[in-house]
Write a protein that binds this ligand. Structure first.
Ligand code: CUK
Ligand code: CUA
Ligand code: CA
Length: 634
């Protein structure tokens, strides 16, 4: 190990060089010149033709080159951004009701979110941290993304063709579900070179099954595997310590979670009492073999098979399902390098990053290495409060330093050489101040085989003085940094409503969004205006409705007070961007349908009178005229 002072540039030196970098940013902002040193004289190459990193500014009408998927934090949604501009394009509601699309109001979204016996939503709060997308051949394949809800231990899947949440799964016997990562291929079947599993780390230990037990030595946590297609929980692993973030290897053989609470303490003093914690490695093929052989138990009313991953049960590497690699004090974050060779754990309470070589972890499982800690190939000092790491595909890692309010760029090979004893190995390449207290970081295509080393986004937890004050709640500050050159260059600040945590961003070509639905996606679709109208079955009334700008069909309908009304609505407009809304005054109903989409709501007609249902989404010159009457008779 070394002090940061022995690695150039030192913080002191950096402070003087950063003035030059700031001047460079000023230049970009004022003159539109590219910020990279090499491109000083040439015009910026941007947007649709953009090949070079260098500016976050797009001219009006220019398209971004990357899609970004951002976790929404408390709003329980996923934000879709265009990069490098940072423009927000969409919010995809998942865990929390949303007023625009009627998420949590339509029957279809309520079914996905989960309801109580009385039909009301079981949960209306969420806490999303991590978004990751499905892989094929080590790169994103545009099928799905997943996001976690830490509060209620749920994982949501998003279809990336329509940008909608289509399934939510609750993990049994898990509290504080934090890290999430899809696998990148199957560990045994060579033909399955795409994501079929999603791994979920349980952060809090609880009694299993849950009961009001005070003795915290009886608590445990679980690592869960969810099937990417069915979204059912395939299996769980009972472990010692906890799971925080999750990473997966490119060969599909390993998943890992960093553990900050190997002490299994219930209070923070206890959680930070040990000098070292761990990164836990899961041998996926062996776990699934154990499940197949029935070496499992179940917990409480859950039917999910649980294998034993405790230290005691996994002492022999040759049969071990999991291995615990020791990592300094309360590590935060584990990330897979795009060359497929290393996992990197940042120290948080230790100023270090630990580099673990995956080939050696597999050697340990094969009994070729005695001590699992010999899989550590570097443990180097980076600065104070290292949290998360991104990669440029050129051998460099970028780690956020929460306490130093910096991003440090460091070279992984040099760090390994330094750790081996080459004291001349200069592993710190550059440092840049960010504003302030960064958490997550990601680079364009970072955790794929196609890491392109162009841009870095940093989620800063504090913005302090960077934006106009708006009362006590400050915006967070997301910054974009050009990493195409040797030195990092700060390009732009973006205010963001708290608290988004994590994100990924990748080439726009990897997604093939559909902008018009297929009618057959919806079993209830009203395919022809002639099928619109009211049918009655006792007190249950079904209203089938269609819309074609600027009219709903039917234009009016009658129900009786006390009827349970289900209104099924298909938007038959089939050209893109022709979305309609449907609101019914005093009935707490407002939702949209996109072209050829069907959605439904169910309500009790409890107020007598005339109610103008009307379109809430600007669609046509006669948008205001697009309305009809619901008569509720006594
Ligand atoms: S945790 Cu948020 S800054 Cu939930 Cu990924 Cu590290
Ligand atoms: Cu239809 Cu506005
Ligand atoms: Ca600890």
């Amino acid at each position: 190990m070394t002090s940061p002072e022995s690695q150039t540039p030192s913080r002191r030196l950096f402070l003087s060089t950063s003035a030059a970098a700031v001047a460079g940013v000023g230049l970009v902002a004022c003159s539109d010149k590219p910020a990279t040193a090499t491109g000083a004289a040439s015009a910026p190459v941007l947007g649709t033709t953009g090949q070079h990193a260098g500016s976050a500014h797009l001219k009006p009408g220019e398209l971004d080159t990357y899609y970004g998927l951002w976790s929404g934090g408390h709003t329980g949604d996923v934000r879709v951004l265009g990069l490098p501009s940072g423009r927000e394009l969409l919010r995809i509601p998942c865990f929390v009701p949303d007023a625009l699309v009627g998420w949590g109001h339509t029957n279809e979204s309520k079914k996905i979110m989960g309801t109580k016996a009385d039909g009301s939503l079981r949960y209306t709060v969420g806490d999303t941290h991590h978004v990751h997308a499905s892989y094929k051949d080590g790169n994103y394949d545009g099928r799905y993304a997943w996001v976690n809800d830490k509060i209620n231990s749920r994982v949501a899947r998003i279809r990336l063709d329509y940008f909608v949440c289509d399934k939510i799964t609750k993990l049994p016997n898990v509290q504080g579900f934090h890290g999430i990562f899809p696998d990148k291929r199957d560990p045994v079947d060579a033909a399955v070179n795409y994501t079929t599993r999603v791994f979920c780390g349980g952060e809090f230990s609880i009694p299993l099954p849950n009961a009001p037990i005070e003795d915290d030595t009886k608590y445990r946590s679980l690592f869960s595997c969810v099937d990417a297609e069915t979204m059912e929980v395939r299996w769980q692993v009972l472990i010692d310590g906890n799971c925080d973030l999750v990473a997966t290897s490119y060969d599909g053989k390993l998943a890992a979670a960093n553990q900050y609470n190997t002490e299994m303490g219930a209070r923070y003093e206890n959680m930070m009492s040990a000098e070292r914690d761990a990164c836990i490695f899961y041998n996926i093929a062996r776990i699934e073999q154990a499940v197949k052989e029935g070496k499992v138990k179940t917990i409480g009313s859950s039917k999910v098979p649980v294998v034993d991953g405790t230290r005691e049960a996994n002492k022999d590497p040759k049969t071990a399902l999991v291995g615990y690699v020791s990592v300094p004090k309360n590590p935060h974050g584990v990330n897979a390098s795009p060359d497929g060779k290393y996992f990197i754990c940042a120290g948080k309470l230790s100023p270090t990053a630990t580099v673990i070589e995956l080939a050696k972890v597999l050697d340990w499982f094969d009994g070729k290495i005695d001590k699992i800690d010999d899989t550590i190939v570097a443990e180097v000092e980076l600065g104070l409060g290292p949290l998360h790491t991104a990669f440029d595909g050129r051998g460099n890692a970028y780690t956020t330093l929460f306490l130093d309010s910096q991003v440090v760029k460091w070279n992984v090979d040099q760090a390994i050489a330094f750790h081996k004893g080459d004291k001349n190995a200069k592993y710190v390449v550059d440092r840049i101040d960010v504003h302030y207290q960064p958490g997550h970081i990601n680079a364009s295509q970072s955790e794929t085989v196609a890491a392109d080393g162009k841009y870095l986004c940093v989620g800063c937890k504090f913005s302090k003085d960077r934006f106009l004050p708006v009362g006590p709640l400050h915006a967070e500050n997301e910054q974009i940094i050009d990493i195409s050159g040797e030195k990092m260059v700060l390009l732009a600040d973006h205010p963001v409503r708290g608290e988004p945590h994590d994100f990924v961003f990748f080439k726009r070509e990897l997604l093939k969004p559909k902008q018009v639905y297929d009618l057959d996606e919806f079993p209830l679709a009203v395919k022809d205006p002639k099928d619109a109208g009211v049918t009655r079955n006792g007190r249950k009334v079904t209203v089938r409705m269609t819309s074609q700008a600027p009219a709903f069909e039917p234009r009016e309908f009658k129900v009786r007070r006390g009827d349970e009304v289900t209104l099924i609505w298909t938007n038959l407009d089939k050209i893109q961007d022709l979305t309609h809304g449907l609101a019914i005054p005093d009935y707490n109903i407002n939702f949209i349908t996109n072209p050829l989409e069907t959605a439904s709501v169910t309500f009790t007609a409890d107020q007598v009178g005339v109610f103008w249902y009307y379109c809430t989404h600007f669609c046509h010159a006669l948008h205001l005229e697009m309305r009809g009457r619901m008569y509720v008779e006594a």
